[in-house]
Design a protein. Structure first.
Length: 470
């Protein structure tokens, strides 16, 4: 589904040569929450600006048996391939098996759609020349590009028809802009087939060959069963991707992974030690009273994006949006290098800086709204033990954190307005910082928090009143 939203998504052109490691993606490529943040250098290939490589494999012909037949590939698809969870490796091996069986495919790409707020789909792009198989992701909105509407994939997605183009003829080379470019690279025939097993969604697979005679007539009949079975694998992976994307989007990566692993009953979860983050947007009620609904939504989404990016960039998990409030956690057991307190503090300072930057340099959407600025926020941080798991009714659950540390964090955040500071935190967070970081910290005093027996020391960054405090 994410083929050449310009011509290069279905088209991979070499800019050179060179050996690359089997995988250049340090994160699980199924984690859509970080997909568009991890943009790797695709060299020696190139992709359209809106298409990003996520993973790469170069196992070459060695990943498939030397002797193959269509019957053996069918048997592999029915059995061994079902146990391959990574589409990249399954697709790569499938194509090398096809070549071993005498099918003259020199270039192929698989395209599937997904359900995600920022992504339209995934592609896997293979070429026998460089022996790379890449997994790429296309940003949402790319399908509206004029160059995509002139691409053969657009027609297949809309109609579900099969297209086969003889690149040796003038008519074939003129069929689509992509065809002439393929012919110039020595390809003689191009085919694109829909892969549909349910509903009206059309995914697609493309093949191109450099064989002087194109694809033999017998190939279509021999490979019909291959495509039917492969379509079932594709549908299975689509559903897995959509499920992953949905839980990541609405629950966050950590909670989503737990839910998909089977933690779906009330009470499922565990006690963890974490730095709890609570923040809200100052003056939101007043802002809501004087702005129209779409304007309020634009302002709120800007604030949420700033905070979410800061938290995720520093290894935290966003658990909940509550009105204009945000609940997040930084588990102390994380392996992200820096301690949870350091990461939470860095995320908070980053969010404050980004908000101040938006106040000074608003986006075009915000610039059209009168009286929206300045946006100010308060952030409270506290470390302690929380229950991270399912709470709620028997048939309607919420995956969140609960416990005394959560309540105490809420009280700390409420002090931001009184003390006119955008960021306050407690003694446990302060103790987790390095000596150099502590040198920048100011003790505000000890305060009686509602529901807390003892006064709690409260800390802030720096000695001045930061402008985002309100």
């Amino acid at each position: 589904m994410c083929e050449a939203v310009g011509q290069k998504l279905d088209q991979v052109w070499l800019a050179g040569s060179g050996e690359l490691p089997i995988s250049i993606c340090a994160t699980n490529s199924n984690r859509a929450a970080t997909m568009l943040k991890n943009k790797f250098d695709p060299a020696p290939r190139s992709y359209a600006p809106f298409v990003y490589i996520q993973d790469r494999s170069r196992r070459g012909p060695a990943c498939a048996p030397v002797e193959q037949s269509v019957a053996k590939i069918i048997d592999w698809l029915l059995h061994e391939a079902s146990r391959i969870e990574n589409v990249l490796y399954m697709f790569e091996e499938f194509l090398w098996r096809c070549r071993a069986a005498g099918i003259p495919v020199d270039r192929s790409s698989l395209h599937i759609g997904t359900l995600h707020p920022r992504i339209i789909g995934f592609s896997w792009v293979w070429n026998s020349n460089d022996e790379f198989c890449d997994e790429v992701v296309a940003e949402a909105g790319a399908m509206t590009a004029p160059s995509f509407t002139r691409n053969p994939l657009a027609r297949v997605m809309e109609t579900g028809q099969t297209l086969q183009v003889d690149l040796r003829t003038a008519e074939g080379r003129a069929a689509f802009p992509l065809m002439q470019e393929l012919a110039d690279e020595g390809y003689t025939e191009y085919a694109i087939l829909p892969l549909t097993t349910a509903g009206d969604r059309h995914n697609a697979i493309t093949f191109a060959t450099r064989h002087p005679d194109g694809f033999p007539e017998t190939i279509a009949e021999d490979t019909r069963m291959l495509m039917d079975i492969l379509a079932l694998h594709v549908e299975r992976h689509i559903l897995q991707r959509i499920a992953q994307n949905v839980v990541d989007t609405y629950l966050g990566p950590s909670a989503g992974a737990r839910v998909l692993s089977g933690e779906i009953r009330r009470g499922d979860g565990e006690a963890i030690d974490a730095v709890v983050w609570m923040s809200d947007l100052r003056g939101f009620t007043t802002l809501s009273d004087r702005l129209e609904g779409p304007q309020v939504s634009a302002v709120l989404n800007t604030y949420f994006e700033i905070v979410s990016d800061a938290v995720l960039d520093h290894g935290g998990d966003i658990l909940k949006f509550i009105g204009d409030g945000i609940l997040a956690v930084f588990p102390t057991a994380s392996t992200n290098g820096a301690g949870a307190g350091e990461r939470a503090l860095a995320a908070a300072r980053s969010a404050i800086a980004r908000l101040e930057d938006v106040n000074a340099n608003p986006t075009p959407e915000l610039a059209e709204i009168a009286c929206w600025a300045p946006l100010k926020m308060g952030i409270g941080l506290h470390e302690g033990e929380v229950f991270f798991g399912n709470v709620g009714g028997e048939s309607r659950l919420d995956f969140t954190v609960i416990g005394r540390a959560v309540n105490e964090t809420s009280r700390v955040e409420a002090l931001c307005k009184e003390l006119k500071r955008p960021l306050l935190f407690t003694e446990p967070v302060y103790r987790s910082l390095t000596p150099s970081q502590r040198s920048e910290i100011e003790l505000m005093g000890s305060y009686k928090l509602r529901g807390v027996e003892k006064d709690m020391p409260i800390y802030a960054v720096g000695s001045g009143k930061e402008s985002a405090a309100a």
